[in-house]
Structures are given as structure tokens and as C-alpha cells.
Design a protein around this ligand. Structure first.
Ligand code: SAM
Length: 321
């Protein structure tokens, strides 16, 4: 599997080398399981992507790869048809040789909220747990990270990432299709991000411990998650769905989250941003035509979800391992 061989070679002589004791076997198992149905179709899309000369790459203020005049209009239309076979595109946006992939989320807005609070990423090895299609991996690289590794078990998001990487095969940016439970305790990353994942975990404190287990002592955790108003003992456990999502388990207040992080042993825990998700940040587009935030809110009162819970409010928290 060429996708991963480069990564294995890259980490063989680094502090991530112990990962090689388990990762190749996990990924070859994953590949055998993946090779059916939709995944095969998505592979065909990747195989048909045009080979282009990419002279311009902007990862600092966007994810914009390749100039428009490096692809003919006809080739760009064919590219659009191909990439639309990888819908829904949720996290982005991406610009590929003048083709704008207008994703459901303005993930660039999240990045703008996170970036000012990061320990500078230069020379750092970073991990993004639950990275989706990898939008933020590119922005982390654009902010100077030396090596960027994302993990996300979704096969579709892996294929979307590979489609983008096809046009900018940066050897320092990788997405591995595994979950956090598959990772050994590497205690080596300088920065660990986990954005939009905590509330999907049934055991949130165990998850925070898993994140800590990936950080070197002194490394920075960057956590972004849904929160509710309230004190250190306030945690919302939806009785069924939250904003139509079945897989939301715990939504703490920021004070509760700070307490959880301190109990796990993080220090210098700081809430650095609080943001009510707007209908401009999460919406249906040509590239994601399913329901989106407007359909998840009470139509008569957008301060509530359709189930009557507080509407999505998201916090960014940083902490030191
Ligand atoms: C709401 S998305 C967040 C994507 C991105 N981090 C962002 O903030 O825009 C949550 C992601 O977590 C991933 N995920 C779910 N379970 C996971 C696990 N056990 N380990 C790692 N990622 C997981 C999902 O596949 C999904 O892409």
C-alpha cells in the first residue's frame, strides 16, 4: 500500500518509530476490509484524477492548490464531476486549480478561532484526532508544522484527503484511517488537536486520557467541542438525539470541561474561544446537499435545537500535558 509506505519510512528513525510495531498490521487489515462497495468506487475516482503541474500552493490563508490556468476549462469540468462522486464534502473549503469545493462547513473559520492560541507550530510534530477530510491538516502544515498526522476512521474522508493530496503530495502531511483506540501510547507529539470529537465519545474522560497519552510532557492539547452554559457540575446528556445526531453523549459546560482536564492531569487549562455556530458556518451547499444546521434547529427559535436543547455552542480549550 503505497499510501502508507512513505509514512512508515518517514517515521522509522523518529520518536514515532514505536508506532511501527502495530500500525502496518492494522492498516493492512483495514485495507482488506475496505476493498468493497463504495470504497472501490472512490478508488476509481482517485485513479482518474488528472495529473497537473502545480506551481502555486497556499496553505496559509486557505487550502488553495494549483492555479486555474494549469487546467483547461474542460479538464476542470471533468474534475468537478469526479470530485462530486466523493460527496458529501463536509469540511473545507478547498480550491483545486480554480475549482472551488464549497463544503458544508467553513472549517477555515474554526481554524481562525484556533490559530491565535497555538504554541507556534514550527518544528512541531502534530496529531489531529478525528481530522475528517483533513482540511485542518493542511492549515497546520501551512502554519509551519514539520510533520502533520491525522487519524480518522471514515473511508470517505480518507478518499477525500487522498484526492486533495493527489494535487499536492506533501510528504509531511498524512491521514491514517484508524481511530484513537487503535493508537499505542506514543507520548511523543508536540501538539495534539481534537476538534469536534469529544461529544461523540461514550467515555469522554477516557478519551481525554487517550489524547494525553499521545503528548510528550509539556506538549499542547487543543480541544474544540460543543459546550452548554453552566457550572462545573453541568453536563448535558441528551435523552435521545442532539441536533438530530444519534451519537452525541456528553456536552459539558466549559467549567466542567476544565475540571475534567485538570482531573486527567493537564495543567494551564484555558478556555480561549466560545462561539455560537451560525447558519453561515454550517449550511447545505452544492457539495453537501443533505440537511444541515438550519434543519437541526427549532424553526421558531434558533437558540434551541429541534429537540429543545441549547443550540450548538463551541469552545476551544488549550492545555498542557
Ligand atoms: C465532527 S467531525 C470533526 C472533523 C474536524 N476535526 C473538524 O473539526 O472539522 C468528527 C470526526 O471524528 C471522527 N471520529 C469518530 N470516531 C473517531 C475515533 N474513534 N477516532 C478518531 N476519529 C474519530 C469522525 O469520523 C469524524 O470525521
Amino acid at each position: 500500500m503505497q499510501w502508507f509506505n512513505d509514512f512508515y519510512a518517514l517515521i522509522a528513525k523518529t520518536k514515532l518509530a514505536p508506532w511501527l510495531n502495530v500500525l502496518p498490521a492494522q492498516l493492512s487489515h483495514w485495507y482488506k476490509d475496505a476493498l468493497h462497495g463504495d470504497f472501490k468506487q472512490w478508488q476509481k475516482v482517485l485513479d482518474h484524477l488528472p495529473k497537473t503541474q502545480t506551481t502555486q500552493v497556499n496553505l496559509q490563508s486557505a487550502v488553495a492548490i494549483g492555479a486555474a490556468d494549469e487546467l483547461s476549462d474542460g479538464a476542470r469540468q471533468r474534475l468537478e464531476v469526479l470530485l462530486k462522486q466523493l460527496m458529501p464534502w463536509r469540511k473545507g473549503p478547498f480550491d483545486i486549480h480554480g475549482l472551488h469545493i464549497d463544503t458544508e462547513w467553513r472549517s477555515d473559520w474554526k481554524w481562525d478561532r484556533v490559530l491565535p492560541h497555538l504554541a507556534p507550530l514550527q518544528h512541531r510534530t502534530v496529531l489531529d484526532v478525528g481530522c475528517g477530510s483533513g482540511y485542518h491538516l493542511w492549515r497546520m502544515r501551512g502554519a509551519g508544522a514539520e510533520l502533520v498526522v491525522g487519524i480518522d476512521p471514515s473511508q470517505l474522508f480518507f478518499c477525500q484527503f487522498q484526492a486533495i493530496k493527489h494535487f499536492h503530495p506533501d510528504p509531511a502531511v498524512h491521514l491514517l484511517p484508524i481511530g484513537i483506540d487503535d493508537m499505542p501510547e506514543l507520548k511523543s507529539f508536540d501538539t495534539v488537536f481534537s476538534m469536534g470529537v469529544l461529544y461523540h465519545r461514550r467515555s469522554p474522560l477516557d478519551f481525554l486520557q487517550q489524547l494525553k497519552n499521545q503528548l510528550r510532557p509539556g506538549g499542547q492539547l487543543v480541544l474544540e467541542t460543543l459546550v452548554v452554559p453552566g457550572d462545573a457540575q453541568t453536563v448535558l446528556v441528551p435523552t435521545d438525539r442532539y441536533a438530530k445526531m444519534r451519537n452525541v453523549w456528553f456536552i459539558p459546560s466549559t467549567a466542567a470541561l476544565e475540571l475534567w482536564l485538570q482531573r486527567i492531569g493537564f495543567t494551564d487549562v484555558r478556555v480561549v474561544d466560545l462561539n455560537q455556530t451560525s447558519l453561515d458556518e454550517q449550511r447545505a451547499t452544492e457539495w453537501m446537499q443533505n440537511e444541515s444546521l438550519v434543519d437541526f434547529l427549532d424553526p421558531t427559535d434558533h437558540s434551541k435545537t429541534i429537540e429543545g436543547y441549547p443550540a450548538p455552542l463551541r469552545a476551544v480549550i488549550v492545555a498542557t500535558a
